[in-house]
Design a protein around this ligand. Structure first.
Ligand SMILES: [Zn+2]
Length: 352
């Protein structure tokens, strides 16, 4: 199969102009690496890949099923070794996203066995600085713990994240299949992060149902990644709305991984109708055959405009006040259809 099942539908292509400013809060940096970059990094590190041309690798990247996705994920992350690799990954994705109008990104990354923490954190945070200097995109970072990961290792990750809080690390996440291990395993890691001024941004309500969203609500998440299956439980949905929690929705990802049957069946419209603020995101664009513009187009085809997604992005961004004020200013300029009270309301909601 190709990558044509959903997003690159000519009917949706005009729905979101490239120049419309965009915010993306849910993108795994390891999942953004296009074949040419992977090839260059693998060569540099002397890592053998199953293909040694861009075309060959691109074919390997074509999504077939979830098991294949995990294989490609392991292949990709296994090539990344040095601070220079991580720097390159974040700078190249910032360049790609800026080409689609991105003004603010929160990149997710995972720790890896065998890679020293300083290489990982220094590479990504240096890359974030460079991304802003070269492309004008503000990049903030949130390392992700993986359910089933060793608890002590997770707590070490949290401590490193705190150490880099003044260099662009703004939160700590949790990923992996929700059913594989309870979030409570990582309660101490979350506490370390929170004590260090970081936000908690877990995945939930993706493969597992609303009970997994309820589970992470106990850790006072700033946002929830995916969270879409909250739609199945009115009480969980109401709590998300009441608490003003933003969901980071990734439509193409959800279809690829078969969390939803098809785009028309995606719960994004139902979530918006219930009053949930939803950002629009790629999750793993290189592996799911998508990009930020396409996701905004897909969202528009589901009735969620770029303006609407942007407003949610401003509300959910884990940034300092100057940055938020700048994002609001960009939004007011480009999305005059958004009433002042919406900017104000989101701003207030975020600050409780
Ligand atoms: Zn994700």
């Amino acid at each position: 199969m190709g990558n044509s099942i959903i997003a690159d539908d000519p009917a949706t292509r005009t729905l979101c102009p490239v120049k419309a400013p965009k915010i993306e809060l849910h993108v795994h940096l390891e999942g953004t690496i296009r074949p040419a970059t992977l090839l260059a990094i693998a060569r540099r590190n002397g890592v053998a890949l199953p293909a040694d041309t861009v075309e060959g690798l691109a074919k390997l990247y074509e999504f077939t099923d979830f098991a294949h996705f995990i294989d490609v994920w392991k292949l990709t992350t296994g090539c990344l070794r040095t601070a220079e690799d991580f720097r390159q990954v974040v700078v190249e994705y910032a360049a790609e996203a800026a080409g689609f109008g991105a003004v603010y990104l929160e990149g997710i990354f995972s720790g890896q066995a065998g890679v020293p923490w300083p290489e990982l954190f220094t590479g990504y945070t240096d890359g974030a600085v460079e991304a802003y200097e070269r492309y004008g995109v503000t990049v903030r970072l949130t390392p992700d713990l993986y359910r089933t990961q060793d608890v002590e290792w997770a707590e070490e990750c949290a401590r490193w994240a705190v150490r880099y809080a003044d260099r662009g690390v703004v939160g700590l996440g949790l990923g992996g299949l929700e059913a594989a291990a309870p979030a409570a395993r990582y309660a101490r890691a979350f506490a370390i992060a929170r004590d260090g001024g970081l936000a908690i941004v877990p995945h939930a309500g993706e493969a597992a149902g609303p009970e997994s969203v309820r589970e992470v609500l106990a850790y006072e998440p700033a946002r929830i990644r995916h969270g879409i299956r909250a739609v199945e439980d009115p009480a969980v949905l109401a709590e998300i709305v009441d608490r003003g929690i933003v969901l980071d929705v990734c439509p193409t990802s959800n279809v690829r991984t078969r969390v939803v049957d098809s785009l028309p069946a995606h719960p994004l419209p139902a979530l918006r109708a219930a009053g949930v603020r939803c950002t629009v995101n790629t999750d793993d664009p290189a592996m799911f055959g998508t990009d930020l513009r396409r996701e905004y187009e897909v969202a528009a085809s589901l009735g969620v405009s770029a303006a609407d997604a942007y407003v949610a992005g401003v509300a959910g961004a884990l940034c300092d006040e100057d940055t938020r004020a700048r994002l609001v200013e960009i939004g007011r300029q480009h999305y005059p259809e958004v009433p002042d009270r919406d900017w104000d309301a989101n701003f207030r909601a975020f600050h409780g």
